[in-house]
Design a protein around this ligand. Structure first.
Ligand SMILES: [Zn+2]
Length: 474
Protein backbone atom coordinates (compact mmCIF):
# COMPACT_ATOMS: atom_id res chain seq x y z
CA UNK A 1 0.00 0.00 0.00
CA UNK A 2 2.83 2.38 0.92
CA UNK A 3 4.55 1.47 -2.34
CA UNK A 4 1.36 2.09 -4.28
CA UNK A 5 0.89 5.51 -2.71
CA UNK A 6 4.53 6.29 -3.49
CA UNK A 7 3.89 5.33 -7.12
CA UNK A 8 0.80 7.51 -7.21
CA UNK A 9 2.70 10.41 -5.64
CA UNK A 10 5.43 10.13 -8.29
CA UNK A 11 2.76 9.91 -10.97
CA UNK A 12 1.04 13.00 -9.56
CA UNK A 13 4.34 14.89 -9.51
CA UNK A 14 5.07 14.01 -13.16
CA UNK A 15 1.52 14.75 -14.23
CA UNK A 16 1.40 18.12 -12.51
CA UNK A 17 4.80 18.95 -14.03
CA UNK A 18 3.65 17.89 -17.49
CA UNK A 19 0.48 19.77 -17.04
CA UNK A 20 2.31 22.93 -16.03
CA UNK A 21 4.61 22.69 -19.07
CA UNK A 22 1.71 21.98 -21.39
CA UNK A 23 -0.31 24.74 -19.83
CA UNK A 24 2.48 27.28 -20.09
CA UNK A 25 3.20 26.30 -23.68
CA UNK A 26 -0.34 26.42 -24.95
CA UNK A 27 -2.34 28.39 -22.39
CA UNK A 28 -5.44 26.30 -22.89
CA UNK A 29 -7.60 27.23 -19.95
CA UNK A 30 -9.85 24.25 -20.52
CA UNK A 31 -7.17 21.82 -19.38
CA UNK A 32 -6.33 23.91 -16.36
CA UNK A 33 -10.00 23.82 -15.51
CA UNK A 34 -10.13 20.02 -15.90
CA UNK A 35 -7.10 19.61 -13.68
CA UNK A 36 -8.61 21.60 -10.85
CA UNK A 37 -11.87 19.78 -11.33
CA UNK A 38 -10.35 16.30 -11.02
CA UNK A 39 -7.81 16.97 -8.25
CA UNK A 40 -10.25 17.26 -5.31
CA UNK A 41 -12.25 14.29 -6.61
CA UNK A 42 -9.44 11.79 -6.53
CA UNK A 43 -8.04 13.15 -3.29
CA UNK A 44 -11.42 12.43 -1.71
CA UNK A 45 -11.71 8.96 -3.19
CA UNK A 46 -10.59 5.86 -1.30
CA UNK A 47 -11.54 3.30 -3.92
CA UNK A 48 -8.26 2.46 -5.63
CA UNK A 49 -9.89 1.04 -8.76
CA UNK A 50 -11.86 4.20 -9.44
CA UNK A 51 -8.80 6.22 -8.62
CA UNK A 52 -6.70 4.25 -11.10
CA UNK A 53 -9.31 4.77 -13.80
CA UNK A 54 -9.39 8.51 -13.17
CA UNK A 55 -5.61 8.65 -13.21
CA UNK A 56 -5.59 6.82 -16.53
CA UNK A 57 -8.10 9.22 -18.09
CA UNK A 58 -6.14 12.24 -16.92
CA UNK A 59 -2.89 10.68 -18.17
CA UNK A 60 -4.34 10.27 -21.65
CA UNK A 61 -5.64 13.85 -21.61
CA UNK A 62 -2.39 15.32 -20.32
CA UNK A 63 0.00 13.40 -22.54
CA UNK A 64 -2.00 13.80 -25.74
CA UNK A 65 -2.20 17.51 -25.04
CA UNK A 66 1.45 17.71 -24.10
CA UNK A 67 2.27 15.88 -27.35
CA UNK A 68 0.45 18.56 -29.33
CA UNK A 69 2.44 21.30 -27.66
CA UNK A 70 5.72 19.51 -28.26
CA UNK A 71 5.23 18.48 -31.88
CA UNK A 72 6.65 21.74 -33.22
CA UNK A 73 9.84 21.38 -31.20
CA UNK A 74 10.20 17.73 -32.17
CA UNK A 75 10.34 18.52 -35.87
CA UNK A 76 11.23 22.19 -36.32
CA UNK A 77 13.62 24.94 -35.28
CA UNK A 78 12.15 28.36 -34.52
CA UNK A 79 13.45 29.91 -37.74
CA UNK A 80 12.59 29.37 -41.41
CA UNK A 81 13.51 27.39 -44.48
CA UNK A 82 12.76 29.11 -47.78
CA UNK A 83 12.58 26.94 -50.86
CA UNK A 84 12.98 28.94 -54.08
CA UNK A 85 11.92 27.31 -57.33
CA UNK A 86 10.79 28.08 -60.85
CA UNK A 87 7.34 27.36 -62.15
CA UNK A 88 7.61 26.92 -65.90
CA UNK A 89 4.97 26.20 -68.50
CA UNK A 90 2.13 27.46 -70.65
CA UNK A 91 -1.67 27.36 -70.83
CA UNK A 92 -1.73 23.57 -70.82
CA UNK A 93 1.16 22.35 -68.75
CA UNK A 94 3.53 23.38 -66.01
CA UNK A 95 6.51 22.01 -64.12
CA UNK A 96 8.52 22.93 -61.05
CA UNK A 97 12.31 23.03 -60.89
CA UNK A 98 14.53 23.59 -57.86
CA UNK A 99 16.41 26.84 -57.44
CA UNK A 100 18.06 27.70 -54.08
CA UNK A 101 17.26 26.88 -50.45
CA UNK A 102 17.77 29.48 -47.72
CA UNK A 103 17.90 29.38 -43.94
CA UNK A 104 16.21 32.55 -42.70
CA UNK A 105 16.47 33.97 -39.17
CA UNK A 106 12.76 34.38 -38.31
CA UNK A 107 9.61 32.28 -38.25
CA UNK A 108 6.45 34.42 -38.17
CA UNK A 109 3.89 31.61 -38.14
CA UNK A 110 2.13 29.64 -35.44
CA UNK A 111 3.78 26.85 -33.41
CA UNK A 112 0.42 25.07 -33.11
CA UNK A 113 -1.54 25.67 -36.33
CA UNK A 114 0.84 24.00 -38.75
CA UNK A 115 -1.62 22.21 -41.02
CA UNK A 116 -3.74 24.29 -43.41
CA UNK A 117 -7.44 23.84 -42.59
CA UNK A 118 -8.86 26.20 -45.23
CA UNK A 119 -8.27 24.33 -48.49
CA UNK A 120 -7.92 27.64 -50.38
CA UNK A 121 -5.58 28.37 -53.28
CA UNK A 122 -4.80 27.03 -56.72
CA UNK A 123 -1.75 25.28 -55.30
CA UNK A 124 -0.64 23.84 -51.99
CA UNK A 125 2.53 22.37 -50.56
CA UNK A 126 3.12 19.82 -47.83
CA UNK A 127 6.15 19.15 -45.63
CA UNK A 128 6.37 15.51 -44.54
CA UNK A 129 8.78 13.56 -42.37
CA UNK A 130 10.87 11.60 -44.89
CA UNK A 131 10.90 8.41 -42.80
CA UNK A 132 7.44 8.15 -41.23
CA UNK A 133 5.56 10.12 -43.90
CA UNK A 134 3.88 12.15 -41.13
CA UNK A 135 2.42 15.43 -42.37
CA UNK A 136 4.23 18.21 -40.48
CA UNK A 137 3.17 21.39 -42.27
CA UNK A 138 0.96 22.46 -45.18
CA UNK A 139 -0.20 25.66 -46.82
CA UNK A 140 -2.38 26.65 -49.79
CA UNK A 141 -1.42 29.53 -52.07
CA UNK A 142 -1.86 31.05 -55.51
CA UNK A 143 0.61 32.71 -57.83
CA UNK A 144 0.98 35.19 -60.66
CA UNK A 145 1.96 32.30 -62.96
CA UNK A 146 -1.48 30.75 -62.47
CA UNK A 147 -3.14 33.95 -63.69
CA UNK A 148 -0.70 34.23 -66.59
CA UNK A 149 -1.81 30.76 -67.78
CA UNK A 150 -5.17 32.31 -68.70
CA UNK A 151 -3.67 34.98 -70.96
CA UNK A 152 -3.52 34.70 -74.77
CA UNK A 153 0.26 34.74 -74.61
CA UNK A 154 0.28 31.48 -72.62
CA UNK A 155 -1.37 29.67 -75.54
CA UNK A 156 1.78 29.86 -77.64
CA UNK A 157 4.59 30.73 -75.21
CA UNK A 158 6.47 29.07 -72.31
CA UNK A 159 7.46 31.26 -69.38
CA UNK A 160 9.19 30.75 -66.01
CA UNK A 161 8.24 32.57 -62.82
CA UNK A 162 10.31 32.54 -59.64
CA UNK A 163 8.31 31.48 -56.57
CA UNK A 164 9.10 30.62 -52.94
CA UNK A 165 7.53 28.63 -50.15
CA UNK A 166 8.50 29.20 -46.53
CA UNK A 167 8.05 26.90 -43.53
CA UNK A 168 9.73 26.34 -40.16
CA UNK A 169 13.27 24.97 -40.55
CA UNK A 170 13.10 21.16 -40.25
CA UNK A 171 15.33 19.21 -37.86
CA UNK A 172 15.43 16.10 -40.05
CA UNK A 173 15.20 15.29 -43.77
CA UNK A 174 11.80 16.22 -45.18
CA UNK A 175 9.81 15.48 -48.30
CA UNK A 176 8.41 18.65 -49.84
CA UNK A 177 5.40 17.96 -52.07
CA UNK A 178 3.62 20.41 -54.39
CA UNK A 179 0.01 20.00 -55.52
CA UNK A 180 -2.15 21.68 -58.17
CA UNK A 181 -5.91 21.52 -58.55
CA UNK A 182 -6.99 19.30 -61.43
CA UNK A 183 -9.94 19.78 -63.83
CA UNK A 184 -12.40 18.85 -61.09
CA UNK A 185 -10.75 21.05 -58.41
CA UNK A 186 -9.23 18.02 -56.59
CA UNK A 187 -5.58 18.12 -55.53
CA UNK A 188 -3.13 16.39 -57.82
CA UNK A 189 0.52 15.84 -56.95
CA UNK A 190 2.76 17.98 -59.12
CA UNK A 191 6.29 17.60 -57.79
CA UNK A 192 8.29 16.36 -54.82
CA UNK A 193 11.81 16.82 -53.57
CA UNK A 194 13.74 15.70 -50.48
CA UNK A 195 15.58 18.27 -48.37
CA UNK A 196 18.26 17.39 -45.83
CA UNK A 197 18.52 20.35 -43.43
CA UNK A 198 22.24 19.65 -42.85
CA UNK A 199 23.03 20.08 -46.57
CA UNK A 200 25.89 22.60 -46.72
CA UNK A 201 24.45 24.13 -49.90
CA UNK A 202 21.62 25.73 -47.89
CA UNK A 203 22.40 29.46 -47.93
CA UNK A 204 22.63 30.83 -44.41
CA UNK A 205 23.42 34.52 -44.81
CA UNK A 206 20.74 37.14 -45.38
CA UNK A 207 20.93 38.17 -49.05
CA UNK A 208 19.83 41.74 -48.38
CA UNK A 209 20.25 42.67 -44.70
CA UNK A 210 18.15 45.72 -43.88
CA UNK A 211 16.80 47.45 -40.83
CA UNK A 212 13.35 46.33 -39.70
CA UNK A 213 10.96 48.55 -37.74
CA UNK A 214 8.09 47.30 -35.64
CA UNK A 215 5.42 49.88 -36.45
CA UNK A 216 2.50 48.22 -34.69
CA UNK A 217 2.16 45.95 -31.66
CA UNK A 218 4.53 43.68 -29.79
CA UNK A 219 2.75 40.32 -29.64
CA UNK A 220 4.82 37.12 -29.93
CA UNK A 221 5.01 36.30 -33.66
CA UNK A 222 3.66 32.75 -33.20
CA UNK A 223 0.46 34.17 -31.69
CA UNK A 224 -0.07 37.04 -34.10
CA UNK A 225 -0.54 37.81 -37.75
CA UNK A 226 2.76 39.37 -38.84
CA UNK A 227 2.56 41.69 -41.86
CA UNK A 228 5.79 43.00 -43.37
CA UNK A 229 5.50 46.20 -45.45
CA UNK A 230 8.21 46.57 -48.13
CA UNK A 231 9.09 49.87 -49.83
CA UNK A 232 9.11 50.00 -53.64
CA UNK A 233 10.21 53.08 -55.58
CA UNK A 234 11.24 55.14 -52.55
CA UNK A 235 14.68 56.73 -52.91
CA UNK A 236 17.07 57.10 -49.94
CA UNK A 237 15.84 60.69 -49.59
CA UNK A 238 12.26 59.39 -49.42
CA UNK A 239 12.75 56.86 -46.61
CA UNK A 240 11.01 59.09 -44.10
CA UNK A 241 8.08 59.35 -46.52
CA UNK A 242 7.97 55.54 -46.62
CA UNK A 243 7.88 55.32 -42.81
CA UNK A 244 5.06 57.90 -42.72
CA UNK A 245 3.20 56.07 -45.50
CA UNK A 246 3.59 52.73 -43.69
CA UNK A 247 2.10 54.31 -40.54
CA UNK A 248 -0.82 55.69 -42.56
CA UNK A 249 -1.51 52.31 -44.18
CA UNK A 250 -1.28 50.61 -40.79
CA UNK A 251 -4.17 52.87 -39.76
CA UNK A 252 -6.11 51.99 -42.94
CA UNK A 253 -5.97 48.35 -41.89
CA UNK A 254 -6.66 48.80 -38.20
CA UNK A 255 -9.58 51.19 -38.79
CA UNK A 256 -11.25 48.64 -41.06
CA UNK A 257 -13.62 45.96 -39.76
CA UNK A 258 -12.97 43.20 -38.72
CA UNK A 259 -9.22 43.96 -38.43
CA UNK A 260 -9.98 46.71 -35.89
CA UNK A 261 -11.00 44.20 -33.22
CA UNK A 262 -7.81 42.15 -33.77
CA UNK A 263 -5.41 45.06 -33.31
CA UNK A 264 -3.62 43.32 -30.41
CA UNK A 265 -3.13 40.18 -32.54
CA UNK A 266 -1.62 41.90 -35.58
CA UNK A 267 2.07 42.87 -35.73
CA UNK A 268 3.11 45.21 -38.53
CA UNK A 269 6.72 45.58 -39.65
CA UNK A 270 8.36 47.98 -42.10
CA UNK A 271 11.71 47.32 -43.76
CA UNK A 272 13.90 50.26 -44.74
CA UNK A 273 15.43 49.80 -48.20
CA UNK A 274 15.76 52.40 -50.91
CA UNK A 275 15.41 52.35 -54.69
CA UNK A 276 17.66 54.18 -57.16
CA UNK A 277 14.67 56.04 -58.57
CA UNK A 278 11.24 57.13 -57.38
CA UNK A 279 7.99 55.56 -58.65
CA UNK A 280 7.43 52.46 -60.79
CA UNK A 281 7.39 51.27 -64.41
CA UNK A 282 4.55 52.14 -66.80
CA UNK A 283 5.54 49.96 -69.78
CA UNK A 284 2.44 50.99 -71.79
CA UNK A 285 3.62 54.61 -71.57
CA UNK A 286 7.33 53.85 -72.00
CA UNK A 287 8.12 55.05 -68.46
CA UNK A 288 10.82 53.02 -66.72
CA UNK A 289 12.20 53.44 -63.20
CA UNK A 290 15.12 51.69 -61.56
CA UNK A 291 13.52 50.31 -58.41
CA UNK A 292 14.11 47.52 -55.85
CA UNK A 293 11.54 45.06 -57.19
CA UNK A 294 11.12 46.30 -60.78
CA UNK A 295 7.37 46.54 -60.23
CA UNK A 296 5.21 47.56 -63.16
CA UNK A 297 1.67 48.48 -64.16
CA UNK A 298 0.13 46.94 -67.31
CA UNK A 299 0.51 43.35 -66.04
CA UNK A 300 -0.85 40.99 -68.70
CA UNK A 301 -2.10 44.02 -70.65
CA UNK A 302 -4.22 45.61 -67.86
CA UNK A 303 -3.02 49.13 -67.04
CA UNK A 304 -4.03 49.23 -63.36
CA UNK A 305 -2.74 45.70 -62.65
CA UNK A 306 0.46 46.33 -60.69
CA UNK A 307 2.91 43.48 -59.99
CA UNK A 308 6.54 42.48 -59.69
CA UNK A 309 8.27 39.47 -61.23
CA UNK A 310 11.26 39.89 -58.93
CA UNK A 311 10.10 37.34 -56.34
CA UNK A 312 13.62 36.70 -55.07
CA UNK A 313 14.25 40.33 -54.14
CA UNK A 314 10.83 40.55 -52.44
CA UNK A 315 11.64 37.47 -50.35
CA UNK A 316 15.22 38.60 -49.61
CA UNK A 317 13.91 41.83 -48.15
CA UNK A 318 10.96 40.27 -46.29
CA UNK A 319 13.39 37.89 -44.54
CA UNK A 320 14.50 40.79 -42.32
CA UNK A 321 11.37 40.36 -40.17
CA UNK A 322 9.12 37.49 -39.09
CA UNK A 323 6.22 37.49 -41.53
CA UNK A 324 3.01 35.71 -42.46
CA UNK A 325 2.02 38.19 -45.17
CA UNK A 326 4.00 40.46 -47.49
CA UNK A 327 2.66 43.88 -48.46
CA UNK A 328 4.54 45.93 -51.08
CA UNK A 329 3.89 49.66 -50.97
CA UNK A 330 4.64 51.39 -54.29
CA UNK A 331 5.52 55.08 -54.22
CA UNK A 332 3.17 56.61 -56.79
CA UNK A 333 -0.18 58.40 -56.90
CA UNK A 334 -1.47 56.21 -59.73
CA UNK A 335 -4.44 53.87 -59.09
CA UNK A 336 -3.65 50.15 -58.98
CA UNK A 337 -2.58 47.05 -57.12
CA UNK A 338 -2.81 43.28 -56.84
CA UNK A 339 -3.37 40.66 -54.16
CA UNK A 340 -2.56 36.97 -54.62
CA UNK A 341 -3.37 34.47 -51.89
CA UNK A 342 -0.37 33.72 -49.65
CA UNK A 343 1.91 35.20 -52.32
CA UNK A 344 1.87 38.97 -51.79
CA UNK A 345 -0.33 42.07 -51.78
CA UNK A 346 0.75 45.26 -53.51
CA UNK A 347 -0.77 48.75 -53.78
CA UNK A 348 0.15 52.37 -54.39
CA UNK A 349 0.87 54.99 -51.76
CA UNK A 350 -0.84 58.19 -52.82
CA UNK A 351 -4.04 57.65 -54.78
CA UNK A 352 -7.19 59.08 -53.17
CA UNK A 353 -8.61 55.52 -52.96
CA UNK A 354 -5.42 53.92 -51.61
CA UNK A 355 -7.21 53.10 -48.32
CA UNK A 356 -9.76 51.00 -50.23
CA UNK A 357 -7.17 49.38 -52.52
CA UNK A 358 -5.00 48.47 -49.52
CA UNK A 359 -7.72 46.48 -47.73
CA UNK A 360 -9.25 45.08 -50.95
CA UNK A 361 -5.93 43.60 -52.08
CA UNK A 362 -5.27 42.29 -48.58
CA UNK A 363 -8.64 40.52 -48.81
CA UNK A 364 -7.15 38.53 -51.71
CA UNK A 365 -3.64 38.09 -50.34
CA UNK A 366 -4.52 37.23 -46.75
CA UNK A 367 -8.02 35.68 -46.72
CA UNK A 368 -8.21 34.20 -50.22
CA UNK A 369 -11.24 36.34 -51.13
CA UNK A 370 -12.29 36.57 -54.78
CA UNK A 371 -13.27 39.71 -56.65
CA UNK A 372 -17.02 40.13 -56.38
CA UNK A 373 -17.21 42.42 -59.43
CA UNK A 374 -18.05 41.21 -62.90
CA UNK A 375 -17.60 44.16 -65.22
CA UNK A 376 -13.89 44.35 -65.72
CA UNK A 377 -11.05 44.75 -68.16
CA UNK A 378 -8.88 42.10 -66.51
CA UNK A 379 -7.53 39.58 -68.96
CA UNK A 380 -7.96 36.51 -66.74
CA UNK A 381 -11.46 36.03 -68.08
CA UNK A 382 -11.65 32.23 -68.01
CA UNK A 383 -10.52 31.95 -64.38
CA UNK A 384 -13.84 30.54 -63.09
CA UNK A 385 -15.71 27.68 -64.73
CA UNK A 386 -19.42 27.91 -63.98
CA UNK A 387 -19.78 24.12 -63.60
CA UNK A 388 -17.17 23.91 -60.81
CA UNK A 389 -17.38 25.31 -57.28
CA UNK A 390 -14.52 27.81 -56.86
CA UNK A 391 -12.33 27.50 -53.76
CA UNK A 392 -12.74 31.15 -52.72
CA UNK A 393 -15.05 31.52 -49.69
CA UNK A 394 -17.02 34.55 -51.00
CA UNK A 395 -18.18 33.42 -54.45
CA UNK A 396 -20.19 30.41 -55.58
CA UNK A 397 -21.40 28.77 -58.78
CA UNK A 398 -24.13 27.06 -56.67
CA UNK A 399 -22.51 23.71 -57.54
CA UNK A 400 -21.61 23.16 -53.86
CA UNK A 401 -23.31 26.07 -52.12
CA UNK A 402 -23.80 23.99 -48.94
CA UNK A 403 -20.08 24.40 -48.31
CA UNK A 404 -20.26 28.18 -48.65
CA UNK A 405 -22.50 30.72 -46.86
CA UNK A 406 -25.86 28.96 -47.27
CA UNK A 407 -26.33 28.78 -43.49
CA UNK A 408 -26.17 32.60 -43.30
CA UNK A 409 -29.24 33.10 -45.50
CA UNK A 410 -32.69 33.90 -44.09
CA UNK A 411 -35.34 31.32 -44.93
CA UNK A 412 -37.24 33.97 -46.95
CA UNK A 413 -34.26 34.96 -49.12
CA UNK A 414 -34.63 33.50 -52.62
CA UNK A 415 -31.72 31.69 -54.31
CA UNK A 416 -30.58 33.33 -56.57
CA UNK A 417 -31.45 36.65 -54.95
CA UNK A 418 -32.71 39.53 -57.11
CA UNK A 419 -30.50 42.63 -56.85
CA UNK A 420 -33.38 44.88 -55.76
CA UNK A 421 -33.83 47.48 -53.02
CA UNK A 422 -35.57 44.83 -50.83
CA UNK A 423 -32.39 42.81 -50.52
CA UNK A 424 -29.91 45.69 -50.33
CA UNK A 425 -28.87 44.81 -46.78
CA UNK A 426 -29.40 41.04 -47.00
CA UNK A 427 -26.91 38.25 -47.31
CA UNK A 428 -28.07 36.45 -50.44
CA UNK A 429 -26.84 34.93 -53.67
CA UNK A 430 -26.53 37.71 -56.23
CA UNK A 431 -25.58 36.85 -59.78
CA UNK A 432 -22.38 38.41 -61.09
CA UNK A 433 -18.95 37.91 -59.51
CA UNK A 434 -15.44 36.68 -60.35
CA UNK A 435 -15.34 38.68 -63.64
CA UNK A 436 -18.47 36.88 -64.87
CA UNK A 437 -21.94 38.42 -65.20
CA UNK A 438 -23.59 35.00 -65.42
CA UNK A 439 -23.14 31.77 -63.46
CA UNK A 440 -20.98 33.10 -60.60
CA UNK A 441 -22.65 34.57 -57.51
CA UNK A 442 -21.65 36.90 -54.67
CA UNK A 443 -23.04 37.16 -51.11
CA UNK A 444 -24.13 40.79 -51.04
CA UNK A 445 -25.08 43.55 -53.44
CA UNK A 446 -22.13 45.66 -52.27
CA UNK A 447 -18.82 44.81 -50.57
CA UNK A 448 -15.21 46.02 -50.42
CA UNK A 449 -14.45 43.04 -52.72
CA UNK A 450 -16.88 44.42 -55.33
CA UNK A 451 -16.79 48.22 -55.40
CA UNK A 452 -14.57 51.11 -54.35
CA UNK A 453 -15.86 51.07 -50.75
CA UNK A 454 -13.37 51.22 -47.89
CA UNK A 455 -14.33 49.42 -44.64
CA UNK A 456 -17.34 47.64 -46.11
CA UNK A 457 -16.51 43.92 -46.21
CA UNK A 458 -19.78 41.95 -46.42
CA UNK A 459 -20.71 39.44 -43.70
CA UNK A 460 -19.30 36.50 -45.66
CA UNK A 461 -15.96 38.20 -46.34
CA UNK A 462 -15.84 39.36 -42.71
CA UNK A 463 -16.30 35.77 -41.49
CA UNK A 464 -13.55 34.51 -43.80
CA UNK A 465 -11.16 37.20 -42.55
CA UNK A 466 -11.95 36.42 -38.90
CA UNK A 467 -11.31 32.70 -39.42
CA UNK A 468 -7.92 33.48 -40.92
CA UNK A 469 -7.04 35.93 -38.13
CA UNK A 470 -7.90 33.24 -35.59
CA UNK A 471 -5.70 30.71 -37.39
CA UNK A 472 -2.65 32.97 -37.29
CA UNK A 473 -3.13 34.14 -33.73
CA UNK A 474 -3.09 30.75 -31.97
ZN1 LIG B 1 -17.81 40.27 -49.73
Amino acid sequence: MVLEWATISIWLFITIGSFSVAFIECKKLLFNYLFHLFLPIFVALNDRIIMKKILLIISVLVFSFHGLAQSFDSYFEKYSMRFDYFRTGNANTELISNDIIFQEPHWGGSFVNLIDTFNYGNYKFEVLDSVSGKLLFSKGFSSLFFEWRYTDEAKFLNRSFSESVIFPFPKKTIRLVFYIRNQSMAWEKQYETFINPTDYAIVKQLAFPSQSFRIHNNAPSDKALDIVILPEGYTAAEMQKFMNDAQRFKDYLLNCKPFDSYSSKINIWAIAASSMESGTDLPGQNIWKNTLFDSHFYTFGTERYLNTLNNKMVRHLAANAPYDQIYILVNTDKYGGAGIFNYYSICTSDHENSDFVFVHEFGHGFAGLADEYYTSDVSTDGLYAVDLEPWEPNITTLVAFDKKWKSMLNAQTPVPTPATENFKSSVGVFEGAGYKAKGVYRPKMECTMKSVRYNDFCEVCTNAIIQMLEFYSH
